[in-house]
Design a protein around this ligand. Structure first.
Ligand SMILES: *[C@@H]1O[C@H](CO)[C@@H](O)[C@H](O)[C@H]1NC(C)=O
Ligand SMILES: *[C@@H]1O[C@H](CO)[C@@H](O)[C@H](O)[C@H]1NC(C)=O
Ligand SMILES: *[C@@H]1O[C@H](CO)[C@@H](O)[C@H](O)[C@H]1NC(C)=O
Ligand SMILES: *[C@@H]1O[C@H](CO)[C@@H](O)[C@H](O)[C@H]1NC(C)=O
Ligand SMILES: *[C@@H]1O[C@H](CO)[C@@H](O)[C@H](O)[C@H]1NC(C)=O
Length: 341
């Protein structure tokens, strides 16, 4: 009886608070995330919600574990291989690689590259772009120094929000280094196809920048896109918003615990990763439970893990597959050798 009551109460409470936030924004006011108060610009508040997509609520679109596991995981992992087509051949044979773009994305280090690819599938009617994660300590240093030194900036008028300049700069090098021409060609050839955007780790940050950018320049509409990333760091303010945007997080992945505050660059701006987080507090085997979290990023879902108890290995394994290892091997059909120890 008690359990039944809880089950009835939880969705009910959620609904009221979401409704209130939306009502508040619709009346031209701001909603305070931390205090759940509605007010004008003078309301004392650490993080004001200004975009109704970001109101704490269920996402507009259903999360589909099977889709993420069997398709998005392959597209994301394929970026680890110099020839992503090897992964497609083994896992999604109708997906065809268009081009891989690799650019020098550091002014300070000689061994720091950023990588992305474009692909298309005439059976699924999809164009897909993916971004590879960071490799090596130099790249991590370059990203951390860049975040601290250059901070956040506004680039997008349509999708809102500010993002780290170092991320946008890295993305623009890829965009101008080939991905723009490749995506425009595919869009011209397949104008009605949906656009999927994905990545893991640094690739997630680049995927978010790419998603916002293609909307901002009018190439795609958010409703024609599916954005899914894994293991992303906090790279934006709260306002970054996208309707179909899932951020999958594995158990105690430490990358989800990057600082919420960088005093040297962005005083008074708390850093977030954009909504909607989906958290698996397990090995992510088929059938394992997960939580679709109500807010972008807070003291719940992966945020309930003690930052001291995080384990780097959870960053490398998604859907119980060693993402870099499986990708390097060309995503073989038999995944049992890639399971988390
Ligand atoms: C909505 O918010 C207002 C002001 O924050 C509060 O007074 C009111 O009780 C809330 N309504 C509901 C239904 O939660
Ligand atoms: C607002 O931020 C300050 C400084 O980070 C913090 O001390 C305070 O607890 C926050 N208030 C709320 C309501 O979260
Ligand atoms: C990348 O560019 C920087 C200058 O912007 C240069 O110092 C560095 O050597 C380049 N790296 C490679 C691999 O070309
Ligand atoms: C690049 O090197 C300069 C000079 O050493 C330093 O000031 C800057 O922070 C470095 N930038 C990055 C992104 O590492
Ligand atoms: C899959 O790989 C595992 C471990 O490498 C091996 O023991 C097993 O026989 C393989 N299964 C099939 C069906 O090939």
């Amino acid at each position: 009886m008690y359990i039944l009551l809880l089950l009835l109460l939880i969705p009910c409470l959620t609904f009221i608070s979401a409704d209130n936030c939306t009502d508040c924004l619709n009346s031209g006011k701001l909603w305070c995330l931390q205090t759940s108060q509605c007010g004008d610009a003078t309301l004392a508040c650490n993080t004001s919600i200004t975009v109704s997509l970001n109101c704490p609520s269920r996402p507009q679109f259903a999360y589909d574990d099977e889709f993420m596991r069997s398709e998005i995981m392959v597209l994301t992992t394929a970026a680890q291989n110099e020839n992503p087509q090897l992964c497609f051949n083994n896992q999604m044979p109708t997906m065809k690689l268009y081009k891989v773009t690799t650019v020098n994305c550091s002014t300070n280090y000689s061994d720091v590259t950023c990588v992305g690819y474009t692909a298309y599938d005439t059976k699924r009617k999809v164009i897909s772009i993916s971004f590879k994660g960071a490799h090596g300590q130099d790249q991590i240093n370059q990203l951390m120094n860049g975040a601290i030194q250059y901070g956040l900036e506004s680039y997008y008028t349509v999708t809102n929000g500010k993002i780290f300049k170092i991320i946008q700069d890295s993305f623009m090098l890829l965009w101008n280094g080939g991905m723009q021409a490749d995506l425009r060609y595919l869009k011209y050839k397949y104008p009605s196809f949906e656009l999927w955007v994905n990545g893991h780790s640094l690739g997630s940050a680049l995927a978010w920048a790419a998603s916002a950018w293609v909307v901002n320049i009018g190439l795609y509409k958010p409703e024609d896109m599916k954005v899914v990333v894994m293991g992303a760091a906090r790279i934006s303010d709260y306002n970054f918003a996208f309707p179909y945007n899932f951020h999958i997080l594995h158990r105690s992945d430490p990358v989800a615990h990057t600082p919420t505050f960088l005093p040297s660059t962005v005083p008074s701006t708390t850093l977030f990763y954009p909504k909607t987080e989906v958290w698996y507090n397990n090995y992510m085997n088929p059938g394992d439970p997960y939580q679709v979290c109500q807010e972008a990023d807070g003291p719940f879902c992966s945020g309930s893990v003690d930052p001291k108890a995080t384990q780097y290995i959870d960053h490398l394994y998604y859907f119980n597959i060693d993402l870099p290892g499986w990708g390097h091997a060309g995503c073989p059909k038999n995944i049992s050798a890639y399971a988390q120890p």
